[in-house]
Structure formats: structure tokens, C-alpha cells
Design a protein around this ligand. Structure first.
Ligand code: HEC
Ligand code: HEC
Length: 189
């Protein structure tokens, strides 16, 4: 092999190795692991109960972050810490890609409260995207269970869920604001 061919050969090998290291998530493998999530999070990630957030159509990078945070103990919840304790990073990427690929069904919100909450929502769209559909590591709030969102805002506010920007934002909201803005978010399609 002359030097030129060697160089080309190494370059190709390099591509192949870096390709393997950042393997694309495998949605089919994620689906196989997801059966055990449905009992709480609903069939195909559309939860029927407000104790459990819907996962369908959530942003994949956000799901990856949360699953890692539960597993590594940064986000505290006994059920989710158990569920994630044995997941590898690859398992997490696959589960996230699977749930992100599903269609979500908006759960709806109380329309009178939503009308009041609308005025607070503009300060959320900058990060959560127009219509709160989520972007990157910032979650979709549109169509999520209002009672779940409400609990999370209180958890940010009292510091039991840690996140820089959200602690500050939640701290600026009264209990009435939180009730109203979460009903508004739930009502979005
Ligand atoms: C025994 C019930 C239960 C099972 C089974 C379960 N979860 Fe959860 N999950 C919860 C609860 C409760 C929460 C809300 C935690 C909180 O309030 O902070 C949650 C939250 C989450 C969140 C955070 C969502 C968000 O919007 O921040 C993700 C992601 C998640 N679960 C993924 C999964 C996956 C993936 C599986 C299957 C491998 C799974 N869960 C199985 C109960 C469960
Ligand atoms: C400066 C950017 C920013 C702004 C503005 C912002 N958020 Fe967030 N929000 C985030 C990020 C980032 C996360 C993800 C936190 C994490 O990874 O734990 C988040 C998470 C949340 C969650 C948790 C959702 C879940 O599925 O668990 C709720 C609820 C929430 N935000 C509500 C709001 C509301 C309501 C507003 C407007 C009043 C708002 N946010 C404004 C950045 C922001």
C-alpha cells in the first residue's frame, strides 16, 4: 500500500469507528423495552392519569436528560429511580427515540382557567417553543396533564426538583398563576 492509500484507509477506518461511537438510536429496540413503561405512562406513552406524564411526542433530548437524571439520582422519584437503575446510555437513547416518535394526544385543560393562564404563557414560549411544543432539552408542555405540570412547578419552586432557569421562573409565579398557566398548557393541541 502506498502512503496515499494508507491515508485513505485510515480515514475510512476513522469514519467507521466514529460512526459506531455515535450509533443512531434504535427505535425498534426502544419499543421492545417500552412495554414496562405503559402500565404507568399509558399505552404508547399517552397517559390517562395525571400522576404520570405523557411521554408520546416528547422531545428526545429532553427524555434522555430526564432518564439519566433519574438513574444518576439528580432527579428524585422512587418509581423512576427503580425503573432506570439498570438502563445503559444506549437503552436510554433507544427508549427516548421510541417515545419521541409517537403521536401525542392533548389531554385538555379547564377552559376558564386556561383563559386566565394565557397571559402568563408568553414568558414560557421563548424557551419551550411557540405553542410550547418543546425544543431540544426543553420539554413540550402542550397537551400535558395540567396536574402533573402543576406539581413540577411547585417542585422547582421549593427546590425538590433542581433546574437553574425553572427555579427562577417558578419562583415568579403565585399558586394562582401556576394553576392558570398549567391549565392553559394542557389545553394546547
Ligand atoms: C411504576 C410507575 C412507572 C413506571 C413503570 C415508569 N414510570 Fe416513568 N414516571 C413515573 C412517575 C410517577 C413520574 C413522575 C415523576 C415526578 O413527578 O417527578 C415519571 C416520569 C417519567 C419521565 C419524566 C417525564 C417528564 O415530562 O419530565 C420520563 C422520561 C419517564 N418517566 C420515562 C419512563 C420510561 C421510559 C419508563 C419505562 C422504562 C417508565 N418511565 C416507567 C412512573 C413510572
Ligand atoms: C429560560 C428558559 C425557560 C423559560 C423561560 C421557561 N422554561 Fe420551563 N423549562 C426549561 C427547561 C430547560 C426545562 C427542563 C428542565 C430539566 O431538564 O429538568 C423546563 C421544564 C419545565 C417543566 C417540567 C416539564 C416536565 O415535563 O416535567 C415545566 C412544567 C415548565 N418548564 C413550565 C414552564 C412554564 C409554565 C414557563 C412560563 C411561565 C416556563 N417553563 C418558562 C426552560 C424554561
Amino acid at each position: 500500500m502506498n502512503t496515499f492509500n494508507k491515508l485513505i484507509g485510515h480515514t475510512f477506518l476513522g469514519f467507521m469507528l466514529s460512526g459506531a461511537a455515535i450509533a443512531a438510536p434504535d427505535i425498534a429496540a426502544g419499543k421492545e423495552g417500552a412495554g414496562m413503561c405503559f402500565s404507568c405512562h399509558g399505552a404508547e406513552g399517552n397517559s390517562k392519569r395525571s400522576n404520570f406524564p405523557s411521554l408520546a411526542g416528547q422531545k428526545p433530548a429532553y427524555l434522555v436528560n430526564q432518564l439519566r437524571a433519574f438513574r444518576d439520582g439528580q432527579r428524585k422519584n422512587g418509581m423512576m429511580q427503580n425503573m432506570t437503575s439498570k438502563l445503559s446510555n444506549a437503552d436510554i437513547n433507544n427508549l427516548a427515540a421510541y417515545f419521541a416518535s409517537l403521536d401525542y394526544k392533548s389531554v385538555g385543560g379547564d377552559s376558564a382557567a386556561a383563559e386566565i393562564g394565557k397571559s402568563k404563557a408568553n414568558m414560557c414560549f421563548g424557551c419551550h417553543g411557540m405553542g410550547a411544543i418543546g425544543t431540544g432539552v426543553t420539554p413540550r408542555l402542550a397537551g400535558q396533564h395540567p396536574a402533573y405540570l402543576n406539581r413540577q412547578l411547585h417542585a422547582f419552586k421549593d427546590g425538590s426538583r433542581d433546574n437553574g432557569p425553572m427555579r427562577g421562573i417558578a419562583g415568579m409565579l403565585s399558586d394562582e398563576d401556576i394553576n392558570a398557566v398549567t391549565e392553559y398548557m394542557g389545553s394546547l393541541k
